[in-house]
Design a protein around this ligand. Structure first.
Ligand SMILES: NC(=O)c1ccc[n+]([C@@H]2O[C@H](COP(=O)([O-])OP(=O)(O)OC[C@H]3O[C@@H](n4cnc5c(N)ncnc54)[C@H](OP(=O)(O)O)[C@@H]3O)[C@@H](O)[C@H]2O)c1
Length: 351
């Protein structure tokens, strides 16, 4: 705005109102920003851990309540299993490989002898009714209060959408979306029955693993990105439906965590290990961390929370700038991954 135009506006009576309104809007925006940032700091660093007794924690054994965890044989899901057992819940471990589940179950029983465990193995990419029937039969007599929708698949390496292989595309959507929805339809009624039996003294809890890949449209991980964005809308919608039934539903947003899926082994300020990450999730259930603008959503790990808040309060998650930076980052990761694959295949040939 030129100085002349500014003087003309401010000297007219209408101009006074316009400037006053602009000032009020500025003060309102700044106040909202400061309040939201304070909430991020409180959620991430100051508030005490949530007490899991409200979700049935504490009892274990025959009188204990149960948590069902998918993708529980490895990575983040395995850590959910250990930390929920530590909070006094019995554990149903679900994943593809029975032998790996048995090992985790035995490790849990060795660490928490009074904890009961059950294992349920099926391949979520097959999406057959038998999968959900097997799960229902395994848990229908149990007092389930918690479901952790953790199972997920990403692309093996970043790939242009038009070059994504058919099996990879279908597996991602089937595992991340269809199976997650069907598992929730199987488990949620059992949680509802447990909550009702307690006269709503105990609450139910359904956590679903989202991702920065779903928060930000992510070129070269387009199918994974879309599948996790789908979970955001689905989970928040479900939260509205199940709240009156005494079941809290939350989407958990995470940036990178060390695991087989991320292929990252070394932790850093922005990349926690599963123990650190799951610790941040369970201590802050019901709080939003970096996801202050989103209902029934949490970005709990402190550095992820600050990153989420910074992006949302500046360029915005759907901006051209964020999309371009994300594209460049994933193109570079793809180039490095292809070079590594070529190196390994050359090594194999010479062996
Ligand atoms: N790691 C990250 O950086 C990161 C970041 C954001 C979000 N997330 C999300 O966090 C969740 C867990 O990721 P993670 O890194 O812990 O993965 P992970 O270490 O690769 O573990 C994956 C788990 O899922 C199970 N699984 C995989 N495919 C399956 C299938 N077809 N049927 C049944 N079970 C299957 C695996 O079981 P088997 O061992 O039996 O195959 C394993 O227990 C995912 O939803 C992911 O999208 C991860």
């Amino acid at each position: 705005m030129s100085v002349e135009l500014f003087n003309t506006i401010s000297n007219s009576s209408v101009g006074h109102y316009v400037l006053f309104a602009a000032l009020l809007l500025g003060v309102f925006k700044l106040t909202t920003l400061v309040l939201n940032f304070s909430a991020v700091i409180f959620d991430s660093f100051i508030l005490p851990p949530v007490n899991f007794k409200k979700y049935g924690g504490g009892a274990r054994g025959n009188n204990g309540k149960w948590a069902v965890i998918t993708g529980a044989s490895d990575g983040i899901g395995k850590e959910y299993a250990f930390q929920l057992a530590a909070k006094g819940l019995n554990i149903v471990l679900v994943s593809r490989t029975e032998s790996k589940l048995e090992v985790v179950a035995n490790e849990i029983k060795a660490k928490y002898p009074t904890t009961q465990t059950k294992v349920v193995a099926f391949d979520a990419s097959t999406d057959t009714p038998a999968n959900y029937l097997t799960l229902r039969h395994a848990i229908e007599e149990l007092a389930v209060t918690v479901l952790i929708n953790n199972v997920g698949q990403s692309h093996s390496i970043p790939v242009p959408f038009l070059e994504t292989e058919d099996k990879e595309l279908r597996d991602i959507i089937t595992i991340n979306n269809t199976a997650t929805l069907k598992i929730t339809q199987t488990v949620a009624p059992i949680i509802e029955a447990t909550v009702n039996k307690s006269n709503k003294k105990i609450k139910g809890l359904i956590l679903t693993m989202g991702s920065f890949g779903g928060l930000l449209p992510t070129p070269y991980l387009a199918t994974y990105s879309g599948s996790k964005a789908f979970l955001q809308a689905w989970s928040a919608a479900l939260a509205g439906e199940l709240k009156p039934k005494g079941i809290d539903v939350e989407l958990i947003i995470s940036y990178l965590v060390t695991s087989n899926m991320s292929k990252i082994k070394r932790t850093s300020a922005t990349i926690p290990n599963p123990k650190q990450f799951v610790g941040s999730v369970l201590r802050s259930v019901g709080r939003r961390g970096g996801a202050q603008e989103r209902y029934a959503t949490s970005t709990p790990y402190w550095s992820h929370a600050l990153m989420h808040f910074a992006i949302e309060s500046t360029v915005g998650v759907y901006s051209k700038v964020a999309n371009k930076l994300n594209l460049q980052m994933h193109q570079q990761i793809r180039t490095r991954a292809l070079k590594k694959a070529a190196r390994l295949s050359q090594q194999k040939k010479t062996e």
